[in-house]
Design a protein around this ligand. Structure first.
Ligand SMILES: [Zn+2]
Length: 498
């Protein structure tokens, strides 16, 4: 059997001042053809798919086409979307006849050209391969599911956990795909759009309402005739025409069952809607005070408004400013995306004292530069690290600026390693010595779990801030909870296809 494999994945922050172009994808690995098979073993949903493909009793002829992963960032340029879709379409045409297509997509990507990137890509795929072969998609569960996506794909399988386990999602989707190819199952898909958005504060699936909702999906999957139930709590910075939460139920050829599961899941999300808005965020100055006063480290200060994994620039000065204002004396690790300050540090050299305006350069709305004088403690001219299932990460040039007890790691781009201890260890620091660390994520604290003694969710402003009501929403369907009052998700009028 011949199966095409591709990945086009990026998570768009509609409120970001940046745009995403080909360089954003190149930074994380833009691969074509057989290079994908070499590079993606054990990495991401494709890694999971490859594992399952290798276990099949029959020969599997893989046609790897394009792997484009752009992490999270601004809206994708029209040119970049055309380029990526073009490579995929050309590759598919050259691979015909195909028995199936396996795609890894994010689900919450938007472009200047089309604010439903995944619908755009899937429609293009269908136009090449026709209606008769399976097109199976592994998605991030922060996806925005659209009508075009459901119409164009046979299966849309989301992550089961936050933090995510992308290879596991690839394996789950692949197993269903091979069962389809052997004629063992004939999936029926039903979905519901739930007219709501919620902040990231309750996004972890290990506790709270999100656990309750995802646990229900797992319970349903144990029922007879159920193939997969994927909840999609859309990432909350996506301002697009079909935006909002969703759920998809895949059953073994049973539309009635799929409809009832989808309804039950949507009802559950709706009942929990106020709990999804629960928050324990702490104002920045108070958060720094609490971290400084803690008896022992490591206190993780989650810079929720400047989440790089959510698409924010990674140059917010909000928490750094509070540290400087309070003249903290504990050892603090702070990451900062600032190529200008980085190049000043590199030019000055190790041991030099420099005064620089730090951060606040990419996002001018929520953050401003902060002036600081410090000593250049270390410089790295280039560093590449294997982050296992997240792939190889190129940190490129970095420098360490010591400002009192604050260790500022300067980066020239929004590397995935910004929230990883390697950012500090490769500059000669020991995480065990630190009292606090700023992370540019609201959910992915796992890399520091060995040292973690506390977590403070900082209520920082930014393009990934939790106060969603403060954004200027322009495209999302109205009414949407909680921007508008809605009595019942079914009859909101926002999503006429429910
Ligand atoms: Zn996600």
């Amino acid at each position: 059997m011949r199966i095409a494999v591709a990945e086009i994945a990026q998570e768009t922050d509609s409120f970001s001042p940046m745009v995403a172009d080909r360089r954003d994808f190149e930074a994380y690995g833009l691969f074509f053809g057989d290079e994908i098979l070499e590079r993606m073993r054990g990495v991401g949903p494709i890694g999971g798919f490859l594992e399952v493909a290798a276990e099949q009793p029959e020969a599997v002829d893989l046609r790897p086409i394009v792997r484009a992963w752009g992490s999270a960032g601004g809206t994708i340029t029209a040119e970049t979307l055309d380029f990526l879709t073009g490579r995929l379409v050309t590759g598919l045409k050259q691979s015909l006849p195909l028995d199936a297509v396996f795609l890894s997509l994010h689900g919450a990507a938007a472009s200047e050209k089309d604010d439903d990137v995944e619908g755009h890509v899937l429609q293009a795929v269908r136009e090449v391969v026709g209606r008769d072969i399976p097109v199976v998609v592994a998605l991030d569960h922060h996806a925005n599911i659209t009508r075009r996506m459901v119409e164009s794909a046979n299966l849309l399988i989301g992550h089961e956990t936050q933090p995510h386990d992308p290879p596991a999602t690839g394996r789950k989707a692949a197993r269903l795909l091979f069962r389809m190819l052997r004629g063992e199952i004939g999936p029926t898909v039903r979905w519901r759009k739930i007219p709501m958005i919620t902040p990231q504060d309750q996004f972890l699936t290990s506790a709270g309402p999100m656990k309750e909702w995802f646990d229900l999906a797992r319970q349903m999957e144990r029922r007879s005739g159920v193939l997969d139930v994927s909840p999609y709590p859309m990432q909350p910075w996506l301002d697009v025409a079909e935006g909002g939460w969703s759920v998809i139920a895949h059953t073994e050829n049973d539309a009635e069952l799929a409809d009832s599961l989808a309804d039950e899941m949507a009802d559950k999300a709706w009942v929990l809607r106020e709990q999804f808005w629960r928050s324990e965020r702490v104002a920045p100055a108070e958060a720094v005070r609490q971290a400084e006063a803690a008896d022992r480290g490591l206190i993780i200060l989650s810079d929720t408004g400047d989440s790089v994994y959510g698409g924010a620039p990674g140059d917010s000065t909000c928490i750094l400013r509070a540290m400087l204002d309070q003249h903290i004396t504990s050892l603090a690790f702070v990451p900062m995306v600032d190529p200008e300050a980085l190049h000043s540090a590199i030019a000055a050299g190790v041991g030099a004292s420099i005064t620089v305006d730090l951060g606040g350069k990419l996002d001018h709305v929520f953050s401003q530069p902060v002036r600081a004088t410090g000593r250049v403690a270390a410089v790295s001219k280039g560093f590449t690290v294997d982050l296992h299932d997240r792939g190889v990460c190129d940190l490129r040039q970095t420098a360490l600026l010591d400002v009192g007890s604050i260790r500022i790691a300067l980066l020239d781009h929004r590397s995935f390693a910004i929230n990883h201890p390697v950012l500090y260890t490769h500059l000669g620091l020991d995480v065990a010595d630190a009292k606090m660390v700023v992370v540019k994520t609201a959910s992915n604290f796992q890399f520091f779990s060995r040292w973690r003694s506390g977590l403070i969710r900082v209520d920082s402003p930014g393009t990934t801030q939790s106060d969603l009501t403060a954004f200027r929403w322009q495209r999302i369907p109205r009414p949407t909870y909680p921007l508008d009052a809605i009595a019942d998700w079914r009859n909101s009028g926002a999503t006429e296809w429910n």
